[in-house]
Design a binder for this molecule. Structure first.
Ligand SMILES: *Cc1c(COP(=O)(O)O)cnc(C)c1O
Length: 383
């Protein structure tokens, strides 16, 4: 063991980036990659062409990137106003901070609030794993509460008592995904009102990574709440997962702190350019959303007819399904799907499946049905 490593760090295992993006691991490219909730569509060729021209003609690779992100922040602020049907002046560049993916912003928020034994975080499982992983790498304690196993609503009683009882250190941040991953459900009125009841000494982070699919946002709360932050990303609906661009919307005072914490040149010039292209062409890029939602609803409808499956409503670009009995188990179904060419995410006792192209979704449907029928036959034969 390395003797200079923090003792708490030595104990835990590293986050394993997804096999689907790890081409070196020998995952063949023809697999349907439905395990990381990306868009199935690349940028349209004309936008890629534009980006290539920017790279060739405008980006000087010997120069540091724009460290202030002013133009990109202005474009994002405008999109945020539009997206919440607000007048154009509500949010400005002063309400925005841009990160190397929202992962960087999550880490910056943790550094700004909890580091040095000052605070712990609260999450409601199952949820996005990065909050807990990043907190632990910083030595920040993670307090967890459960969700209702049927509708995935947060156990608010447990959450409230966690807030009251966590002392050394107290809970400083509550991380919530809206709609949640992997379960796809939006916050309920009761959950929102609980979040509103939290005191100003607690930061409320609403991660709206799937906003473009849910079309539900709490962004207008930012205007009156200085302890709320909304996170968004370009990695999903905007088709830029490869570029690593995320942003947050918050009170200018909170933004000023985040700007203090971030690395000076956190975004490569090419990523900044891609983010701008996405904002300038948001309507074009978001045109595919309605097809994704139609496809999702269709997939849910068909798979719900299978008595072996339990599927809940989704407000995002993925579905979450569980097996009604644990026989065959989820792991087996996951492996069968992979063997037949569909990669999905096995998580929290279920499968989270991204909505892909119509062709991929047909595969998903057929391969799940085939795997279940096949497993049933095997069980029958072994009896
Ligand atoms: C995909 C996702 C993100 C995006 O992270 P990036 O670092 O911006 O790629 C953030 N939050 C949630 C809940 C996600 O599912």
């Amino acid at each position: 063991m390395l003797k200079f490593i923090r003792s708490d760090l030595a104990k835990f295992t590293a986050y394993k980036p997804h096999p689907s993006s790890d081409t070196a691991a020998g995952v063949p490219m023809q697999l349907d990659r439905l395990d990381t909730n990306e868009s199935p569509d690349d940028l349209p060729p004309e936008l890629k062409q534009k980006l290539a021209e920017i790279y060739q003609q405008l980006i000087e690779t010997n120069r540091y990137p724009d460290g202030g992100h002013q133009t990109l922040k202005e474009a994002i602020a405008q999109y945020v106003n539009q997206s919440a049907s607000l007048t154009s002046s509500v949010f400005t560049a002063d309400h925005i901070s841009v990160g190397n993916g929202s992962d960087e912003l999550i880490r910056s928020l943790l550094i700004a609030t909890c580091l040095g034994g000052e605070g712990s975080i609260l999450v409601a499982n199952p949820t996005f794993s990065m909050y807990g992983i990043l907190a632990k790498t910083l030595g920040i304690p993670v307090v967890t509460v459960d969700r209702n196993p049927d509708n995935f609503e947060i156990d608010l009683k447990a959450a409230q008592s966690a807030i009251e009882q966590s002392q050394n250190p107290p809970i400083r941040v509550v991380f919530i995904v809206h709609p949640n991953s992997p379960t796809g459900n939006c916050l309920t009125a009761a959950e929102i009102s609980w979040l509103k009841s939290l005191g100003e000494h607690i930061l409320v982070v609403i991660d709206e990574a799937y906003f473009e699919f849910s079309q539900t946002t709490l962004v207008s709360e930012i205007a009156q709440r200085s302890n709320w932050v909304i996170l968004r990303t370009f990695s999903k609906a905007f088709r830029l997962a490869a570029m690593r661009v995320g942003y947050c919307i918050a009170h200018p005072d909170a933004i000023a702190i985040l700007e203090k914490v971030r690395l000076p040149y956190n975004l490569p010039s090419f990523s900044i350019a891609a983010g701008l292209i996405a904002m300038e062409n948001s309507q074009l890029l978001l045109q595919s959303i309605s097809q994704t939602l139609d496809q999702r609803n269709k997939l849910i409808e068909i798979l719900s007819q299978n008595p072996a499956l339990q599927i809940t409503k989704s407000d995002a670009n993925f579905i979450f399904l569980r097996l009604i009995a644990n026989n065959p188990n989820t792991k087996t179904l996951h492996q069968k799907l992979k063997a037949s060419g569909t990669l999905v995410r096995e998580i929290s006792g279920g499968l989270r499946i991204t909505i892909g192209t119509p062709e991929e979704n047909t595969h998903t449907c057929n391969r799940i049905q085939a795997a279940l029928a096949n497993l049933e036959l095997q069980q029958f034969a072994s009896k």
